[in-house]
Each structure stands twice: as C-alpha cells, then as structure tokens.
Design a protein around this ligand. Structure first.
Ligand code: CUA
Length: 364
C-alpha cells in the first residue's frame, strides 16, 4: 500500500497565483454579454406597449430599487465581515473563533426589518392587483381557451364591436383586438394549467381547468405582439405560442366582416375532394368548420376551429408559418412533428395531402 501523504492545512496548500481570476473574468464577461440579450426582443415586459403593461412596468422600478437597497445592504455587511474578521498571518491555525449563541436584539431586528420592506412593496403592489382585475363595462370580451398546445378565442355577439353573428366569432392562436380598446379576457382550460402571456400588453394570467380567470389587455397602437404560454403544461409547452394582432378601426372592421362570412363549399376539383376527405379522414370529428362541419364528435379533444384558417399567419400553437405550404404538408404527414400534439390522422397519400390542402386553402 502506498504511503498516504501527511495532511496539509489549507494555509500550506499553495494555490497558483491567479487561479481565481479565470472564473471571475468569465463571470464578468457573461454578465456583460447577457445584459445585451434584450436589445430587440419582441417579448420584453420592459418595453410595454399598452396601459396595463405600463402599470406593471411602473411597479418593476420601485420594487427593483427596494431590492437593490436590500442587496447592497446585505452584501455590504457580508463583505465587511469577511474582511474584518478574516484569518490573518500569525493567527493560530487551530484556535476556534469565539462561539456565540443567539442575539435577541439582532433577531428581532432582522425579523421586523424584512416585514417593513415587504409592507413597503405591498403599498406599491396592492393597487396594481386591483387595477389589473377590474372588469370595465365597455371592454371587448373574449373567451380564451388554453389547450394542449394551442390557444382558442371566442368572441360572443357584441354589436358595439361589429360582432352581430348569433354564435359570434371563433378563431385560434392569433387574438385580434382593436387598438386603444380595453379587452377583457375570460380564461379557462379543458385540460391542464396554462398561462396566457403577451408580455408587452400585460403580465401572465393563469389559465386553470374548472375556473374562469379574467385578465385585461390593451394596445396603444396597431401592431403584432407576440406571446406564449407562461406555465409549464407538458411536452409542447415551449411550442404554445400566440400572437395578439391589434388593428386600427378600419382593420378591425375588415377582420370582423371577414370572420362573419361563411366560406363557400367547394364543388369541383381538388378542393372538393379535400372537402370529402376532411370528413372521411376524421378531421371533422375534432375541427369545426362553420357552414359545413358544425358539430364535432362527442369527447373529442379540443381542436382549433378552422372556418377561417387561412385568415391566420401561423398554426399549431403559432409555431408554423401558414404562408409556407411545405409546413402545412409536413404537418398533415405527421402532426407529431410537434411533440405531444393531440392530432391523430392516419397515413395520407401525397394526393390526399394535396386535396386536403386545396380545401383548407378555401377556408379564408
Ligand atoms: Cu400551455 Cu405551457
């Protein structure tokens, strides 16, 4: 057996000069690089585009200053202590430091002080909680469904917003709203907990099965605001994206008019064959198409209403581009390309895919 080296105290183990420098330099460079991450981020909560997001952003600043003060104070005391009571040359290696137990004044102090800090934060926060949970009477109301793994939107009949159709408007993934208009979302889920999050328009709102949560949105200007599910919900949580499209008045009127038009049933050619296949292959068991396939099979999983599919730019939780035909064909070949997708379709021939695509394209 080899002789064991005699134990050495830490003091004797000579660290090579500058061994600490490398990790420090790496950490500093990382910090510098990471601060640059959000220069043109489309989903920055720090770049609010509407009054509710601005209110939240306004909360961010005072809370951050309070947190900064606490950080500086606590770190300052730690750094001070480390230097003041460090081991110095000539100290006895084996001597124990003075052993203390308990300090009533200090313990009362560090119980009361954080409570006061939290009370201060609450003074800023509580009014915001009430503001964000108000239910303004003049809001456009939209029911939002967060399902595995896509978003559904139902606009009930609201003549003041041009929605006159008895069963309102149903769409998916892209939420359309008028700009400069308060929108009241009513959120629920048929399966698991999701979270609706369009960071430039408001914070996250949990979407919980068996409950209805309300949440407010408003965009200052027309534009497209991206978002995503903000609560881990399963394999394709990261693929559960969304868009909020805010329109000016003319754009909103056009959209509402288009959404209330029932698409014509194709009677000839590839699209007509696709129309038949839509039923034969079971698509209509889950996907509703107004005026053609109105009722889905009982107990079918929640699936997007496809009446105006081609009015949208994205599909399958907004992860694929609807303007790219290859994306849709790939999807029809294998809906499992999006992990955890609940869509089931048997093997389709390339001809059937072309026909189905031709039919879907008429759904604009
Ligand atoms: Cu839905 Cu995460």
């Amino acid at each position: 057996m080899a002789d064991l080296a005699p134990p050495v105290s830490n003091r004797d183990a000579k660290r090579p000069m500058g061994a600490w420098r490398k990790p420090t330099v790496v950490a500093l460079v990382m910090a510098l690089v990471l601060t640059g991450c959000a220069s043109d981020a489309p989903q920055s909560a720090l770049d609010p585009a509407g009054p509710y997001a601005r209110t939240l952003d306004g909360l961010f600043n005072p809370v951050m200053w309070v947190a900064t003060a606490v950080f500086v104070l606590v770190q300052g005391v730690i750094v001070y202590s480390v230097f003041k009571w460090r081991r110095r040359a000539g100290d006895d290696d084996d001597a124990m430091p003075a052993q203390l137990h308990g300090n009533t004044k200090l313990e009362i102090g560090w119980t009361i002080l954080p409570a006061l800090v939290l009370a201060l934060v609450a003074i800023f926060t509580i009014p915001v909680i009430f503001e964000l949970h108000a239910k303004p009477a003049d809001a456009l109301e939209v029911s939002v469904t967060g399902a595995k793994y896509w978003w559904g939107y139902t606009y009930g009949t609201q003549p003041e917003f041009g929605i006159t159709q008895a069963d309102g408007i149903v769409t998916a993934n892209e939420l359309h709203i008028p700009a400069e208009q308060t929108v009241l979302l009513r959120l629920t889920s048929p399966d698991v907990i999701h979270s609706f999050w369009a960071p430039r328009l408001n914070g996250k709102a949990d979407v919980v099965p068996g409950r209805e949560h309300t949440w407010l949105l408003e965009a200052d200007k027309p534009g497209v605001y991206s978002g995503q599910c903000g609560e881990f919900c399963g394999t394709s949580h990261a693929n559960m994206r969304l868009k909020v499209v805010a329109h000016d008045q003319a754009g909103w009127d056009d959209w509402v008019e288009r959404m209330q038009r029932v698409p014509l049933e194709p009677v000839t050619g590839s699209a007509a064959r696709g129309f038949q296949l839509f039923a034969q292959k079971g698509c209509s068991g889950c996907h509703q198409v107004d005026g053609a396939y109105e009722t889905v099979a009982p107990n079918s999983p929640a699936a997007p209403n496809l009446t105006h599919l081609f009015s949208r730019d994205c599909f399958a939780g907004c992860i694929y581009d609807l303007n790219d035909r290859n994306e849709m064909e790939a999807w029809l070949r294998n809906p499992q390309r999006k992990a955890g997708s609940l869509m089931v379709v048997g093997a389709l021939s390339e001809q059937e895919i072309d026909d189905l695509y031709a039919y879907l394209e008429t759904l604009e």
